[in-house]
Design a protein around this ligand. Sequence first.
Ligand SMILES: [Zn+2]
Length: 143
Amino acid sequence: MDTSSRKPNIIVAMFTMKCPSCRQTHVFINKSIFPLSEMVMLKDECEVCGQKMKSERNNGGGINYALTMILFFLNLCWYWPIFGLSYKDNSVYYYLFASTAIVLLAQPYLMRLARMMYLYLYVGFGNTRRVEVPSERSAGGDE
Ligand SMILES: [Zn+2]
């Protein structure tokens, strides 16, 4: 069995914004999040495997919301042991402030990650669905 074409780890591929099908190419037009206006713009399709990227209808919003909530929770996990949270002082507000700042800073990444998750939900590894109409029509010259 030749398994030289081992597939990259799905988690790694997802967090590094790789194509969900071949996991080799970056799916966003700009690797950097700048300019922000083009931050979440996906390529039309993967250069390597031809997987369509644009098919998703911007449904990353719900996932993005979930990720944001998760991040708030994760912040709690490190903030609580380090700084402590108490009802008796303003520590809850400090936490909310710190957490919000982190979430805002992470927002571009979260938005991209949400899109990635959405893509990965729909496209499996090596599951390229080339929406390519076979040459039925073009070759349909009547004899
Ligand atoms: Zn690909």
